[in-house]
Design a protein around this ligand. Structure first.
Ligand code: BEZ
Length: 218
């Protein structure tokens, strides 16, 4: 898909869509995204620019918690509309000043190919840099969740990890997660779809709020 040709209308992917594949230059070398992502959850996130304060707090936030993501079978990959030289200089500078090494790949998207492909550019915010986007992509290469934050507000790493755990738990146990769910909390059993299923519930040890809202431990 030639997303740089403004004459061709293009709708960026939404949740439930296949994650668009691409090749890109990154701080770990050239990658094909589908090969990088194979059999893993992936968090693809963009930041507006290297050497900016909020971005530095966010990107070091990912680096500090990278092991947690690895334990969740999840790979990280960042992106900004900066050159590979800028990325490397920033990584070096952050490592020297903060002692934190950003080891995950960061895409050098100078031609905005990937940013446009995913819809990371919001012209009302800036047409030369990406918003603070986070794409959660499952092992089947489906986009499961998209977050977009403006330039002036940083993201929340606890929330990123919470929703990742929630989606993984939902897939594994075929349950859904209520308002403010935190790991360890009870989960919601999907509502019954037949009279028989509804009556079965009466005999279960679920915590029943109503016939359609039942909770259980996992
Ligand atoms: C920042 O990361 O601090 C930042 C980046 C772009 C615009 C405003 C702030």
């Amino acid at each position: 898909m030639d997303t740089n040709n403004q004459d061709i209308p293009y709708t960026p992917p939404r949740i439930g869509d296949d994650a668009p594949d691409f090749e890109a230059l990154t701080t770990i070398g050239r990658i094909k995204f589908s090969e990088f992502a194979k059999d893993h959850w992936v968090i693809l996130f963009s930041h507006p620019a290297d050497f900016t304060p909020v971005c530095t707090t966010e990107m070091t936030g990912f680096a500090v918690r990278e092991e947690e993501f690895t334990e969740l079978g999840t790979k990280l990959i960042g992106l900004s509309i900066d050159s590979i030289h800028s990325h490397l200089a920033w990584i070096n500078s952050v490592n020297k000043s903060m002692g934190i090494l950003m080891k995950f790949p960061i895409i050098a998207d100078l031609d905005m190919k990937v940013a446009r492909l995913y819809g990371m550019i919001a012209p009302g915010e800036s047409d030369t840099s990406a918003v603070r986007a986070v794409y959660f992509i499952d092992p089947k290469m489906k986009i499961k969740l998209i977050m977009h934050y403006p330039h002036n507000v940083g993201r929340n790493m606890d929330e990123i990890i919470r929703v990742l755990k929630a989606m993984q738990l939902s897939d594994k146990h075929k349950v859904v997660l209520p308002l403010d769910w935190q790991p360890g909390d009870k989960v919601v059993v999907p509502p019954p779809r037949s009279l028989e299923e509804m009556q079965e519930r009466e005999k279960s040890d679920y915590e029943m709020v109503d016939f359609y809202l039942a909770k259980r431990d996992v």
